[in-house]
Write a protein that binds this ligand. Structure first.
Ligand SMILES: [Zn+2]
Length: 245
């Protein structure tokens, strides 16, 4: 029986295993989230080591085992090396990768989730100064791909103007119908959320919004994702060392 698998996947987490090996977590369009035991790749002399780094999009040849894959070869197609020029960009990239890990499951194809992450990483290499905007876009669009996106309307279901977003219900509501999870939003903030959720991805990845608006919406989108995904990755705490002043 041939249990060799080929896939182009993004490495979203690496952990050391013993003196020479690594265990990789990667996201593949066909296989979803996968674990790979990569023997010998801690040595930089190993021919596969450059394809096994964090945020490497690599062509993997793998052998399928019980609940895990063994690395046969890894060939890096895109390493997002420009991100490494800025510590802050590395922190954003690591967070984007681990959020992709949180939003994917083993055995469930994740082509759209992966494409969103790759597009966001490419945008970050081009516009490293816009990390907070890209983070907001990525979080909301990932929620959308996962079927968790909030419904933004100018009106509450009762017809009154919407003033809040209910985190738990995932929809906008008026003051009278808000629940304890609701956060107040200005009209401008709702417009930005609606734009991000309903426009073409390429337009949202390159839009410019006043930084004050983005920094007010950042915590809203974090709270929203935390509620709907259960928790947010630890890499967010690391990112905040750069972004919270
Ligand atoms: Zn209402």
């Amino acid at each position: 029986m041939d249990n060799t698998v080929k896939t182009r996947a993004l490495v979203v987490r690496t952990a050391n295993s013993g003196d020479n090996d690594k265990v990789l977590t990667a996201v593949s369009p066909e296989l979803g989230k996968i674990s790979i035991i990569a023997k010998g790749v801690k040595s930089l002399k190993n021919k596969n080591s450059s394809g096994c780094g964090l945020l490497c999009l690599s062509d993997f040849v793998l052998k399928e085992g019980r609940g895990m894959y063994s690395l046969m070869s890894a060939d890096c197609a895109e390493g997002f090396y420009h991100l490494r020029d800025r510590a802050e960009s590395v922190a954003y990239g690591a967070y984007f990768g681990s959020l992709l890990e949180s939003g994917t499951e083993p055995g469930i194809p994740a082509a759209e989730e992966l494409r969103l992450c790759l597009n966001t990483l490419f945008a970050l290499t081009k516009r490293p100064e816009d990390g907070e905007t890209l983070k907001l876009v990525y979080e909301l669009r990932l929620a959308e791909v996962l079927g968790l996106a909030p419904y933004i309307s100018e009106e509450c279901q009762c017809g009154a103007p919407a003033t809040h977003l209910s985190i738990s219900e995932g929809e906008t509501c008026c003051f009278a119908h808000k629940d304890p999870s609701a956060v107040e939003l200005s009209r401008d903030e709702m417009t930005v959320l609606d734009f991000i959720l309903t426009s073409e991805l390429k337009d949202t990845l390159f839009f410019k919004s006043p930084p004050a608006l983005i920094s007010r919406l950042g915590p809203v989108s974090e709270k929203y994702l935390e509620y709907h995904l259960g928790r947010l990755p630890k890499t967010l705490e690391y990112l905040k060392k750069f972004t919270v002043r």
